[in-house]
Design a binder for this molecule. Sequence first.
Ligand code: D5M
Ligand code: FE
Ligand code: ZN
Length: 474
Amino acid sequence: MQKKEIVARFTEAGFLVNPAVVEYISECGNPRIIEGVISSIPSGTVVVMPKDVPGMTQFRTDKLAVGVSKTPEVLAGKEGSSVPLNDPESSFSMFRDRYDTLSKMMRGRVNPVPVEALVRQGNRFADQNIGVIGLVISISTSAKGHRLVEIEDSTGVITLLFNKDREGFSEAEKIIPDEVIGVKGTLAPQSSGGRGNGMVFADTLFRPDIPLTHTLSPSKEPGCAVFISDVHVGSNTFLPECWEKFNNWLDNHEEVGYLLIDGDVVDGIGIYPDQDKELEIKTIYEQYDKVGELLSNLPKRLKIVLSPGNHDAVRGAEPQPAIPEEFREKFPSNVTFVENPSVVNLQSVNVLMYHGRSIDDLIKFIPGASYEHPGTIMEAMLKRRHLAPIYGQRTPLLSTEKDLLAIRDVPDILHTGHVHITEVVNYRNVLGINAGTWQSQTSFQKQMNINPTPAEAVMVDLSTLGYETLRFLK
Ligand code: D5M
Ligand code: FE
Ligand code: ZN
């Protein structure tokens, strides 16, 4: 991106900008950083300085202190915590909990009126400005190109109309099924009602989102964590020499106390048609034994956290259970097995780990989203405060009492994987790390035109939350 364009974008948003910042953004070659900075800048800022740009001043220093890593505390997604309902077909209580949890996060901003009160005949809200919050049950486009979104709260269903000629329409185009949104707008006269349910002409769209006031809260103790994903041991595209280099690097970097692995640790068996032709290790037990061996060779000081993904030998429906005991025989004792998703606390830094299968669905539904930029999808999850909002597509969701994929508490770090492409973003001071993979491009990815970034790891200095991408491919 040209420096002139960078300056222009900040000017347009009402800010002056420090030359070092312009330099940095132009070098990064990722224009989306600008929008991230603009969205999280403290009010009253006149000139955008390096301290306002995530990653600029928070990059790790060269002298990292060695900490004493403690066993991570599992705050959510402990082994055995996701219990299916007796009636697996019933997702009612889960959606009810989703609505309750996410609507609370917006209530103060939206001041919602219950849908029932808006659709009642002769109600007093016609032509009035009102707020309403609901779970999206259908999305369509009107003959004139406006977006019609049906939402449901605990009292009824109402249609929202987002006018295509109004500011903010592009956000309305990103509304996806089963997310919880709020709007402020005008209640239409009863006669114009959307499918007889009443209609709101939407002015402003609200999402649960990360509060603008959210600040970085690094650890007070020194120490670093390394984030990886999608090791795919057992596949003939797994890269053992690169892993070896990574192992050597860890041997020589004592400041690293934690290693987090976000699923697809093995390639698995029977995950896709004709997979056996691409397997070097043909049984699931031997694949896990090999992982156990690789992890045993890593330095013993490391505390390792391991969650499953869609290639692992567990139920595919999310939350996924931890990798079962029967596969752990060769694993060292410094591994903590957690569910997918889970929240782990590393010396006060909370990491939300989620493999990321829902990324496939979110890419399909969010205009402009792509496999090359999983960071955009992590932002989409954080805005919606949900890891896998869309029900009934490619991500199987388990029916549970509570919605275990809602992002209840704001994490310090969101760690995902699955798409095999590394990207790090900072969204409102939450560090989003999509970790890459340890296998080279597979024939399937070639067909899909997915270009992975193999053999990369992301290191975070827990005492600053600065990060660095480490590369072991060559
Ligand atoms: O996912 C590896 C990569 O392949 C990741 O980018 C998602 C993509 N993927 C996986 N399954 C599909 C389907 N069915 N369609 C399109 N893209 C897909 P992994 O979980 O390691 O197989
Ligand atoms: Fe994978
Ligand atoms: Zn995966």
